[in-house]
Design a protein around this ligand. Sequence first.
Ligand SMILES: Nc1ncnc2c1ncn2[C@@H]1O[C@H](COP(=O)(O)OP(=O)(O)OP(=O)(O)O)[C@@H](O)[C@H]1O
Ligand SMILES: [Mg+2]
Length: 401
Amino acid sequence: MRLKRLSLQNFRNYVRLDEDLPAGTIVLVGANAQGKTNLLEAVYYLATFASFHARHDRELVNFDAQQWGYPAVARIVAEFQREGEARSRVMEVRLILEANGNGGVRLRREVLLDGLKKKLTEALGVFNAVLFLPQMTQIVTGAPELRRRYLNQALSQVEPAYARTLAEYNQTLTRRNALLKLLNEQGGDPAQLDFWDEKIAQLGAVLISHRAKALYEWERFARVVHWKLTRKQENLRLRYVPAYNPLAGQLLQPDNATLARFSEDALREGLREALLRQRGEAIARGVTTIGPHRDDFRFLDGKLDLGVYGSRGQVRTVMLSLKMAEAEWLEARTGRKPVLLLDEMLAELDQARRSDLQAHLAQSEQVLLTTTDMSLFDPAFIQQSTVWHLEQGRIVPPDQA
Ligand SMILES: Nc1ncnc2c1ncn2[C@@H]1O[C@H](COP(=O)(O)OP(=O)(O)OP(=O)(O)O)[C@@H](O)[C@H]1O
Ligand SMILES: [Mg+2]
């Protein structure tokens, strides 16, 4: 997959940008607060229709454009070429801030593919990108919630069926929790839970099965990259950790390979039994205590949990390996290489890791990466790259930078 042209209008600090993009690596260089990360955010929006750090999408619309009243429109237009397709495609996203009639504003989003309006769900997954941000190391070290969200997003981009099952699971969970609360407060026949348990078990098994298979595949790719980046020092493993033991009656937690071999039927039975066993506790607490919404996954080097014991550089390397693995997995699944978007990826890495990473990136179809400091890169890497100097939301010629 290759982005050939990008236009931005009123997107964050880009009032207007119109630029052709070459294949290979593009280095976005500039001082702090010039719009390096914003540009990656714009490209990533085309793949996910969600911002990775705005709390509300309305933050994406340029402040000045909002000064003159509403509607105010931010626009991302991208021309891109997918593998095996003769013609390139054009995707346009419009973020329209308009008056809601009650004195406030609301945001409406429109997506057009080759000039035709599409539902967001129809356009999802047409353009593929993988993003690394420095704060993503929290996926390794932070709360399980972050890892679940990451896994859900990555899987949804590749498998629309996963996204649908996830939405249905979450709705079912809300209903079951409401009933648990009612049973807790007012009593009643716990057998009313049978229907919801069956549904949770059925949908949950699909989610767990997809996740275990994906992690099993990611691990295969991630190990190889991580082995390279750590110069054969670390043996990275990813382990899915369900909130209950799906192999009912056995003490050991199964590894990913075992879990991935489990049929959905077996996982459903295991989850249904576990829900039944935990029923008393669930009613007492008024929430569903097990299921994929409580599962976790961990990053191990041998037996060492890197999320707990990893150094900063180690954790960063793990996250980068995982991102490279995600890209390879996406390609294996879809036949398309995603555009790589890497924010400040070299910071905190030692010289050897920086060099190995640059060597690894040389094989990519297209990479956009940001830096405040060009000296972190090998001269040979810069020579093969296109360098864009960014200043206040504009690309400036090098002699003016
Ligand atoms: N809606 C918006 N309208 C106008 N400007 C915005 C908007 N949202 C963010 N900005 C501005 O964009 C700038 C930040 O851009 P960005 O995060 O891309 O910087 P950066 O070049 O990545 O900097 P750093 O090196 O610090 O990471 C900030 O100055 C911020 O005020
Ligand atoms: Mg930045």
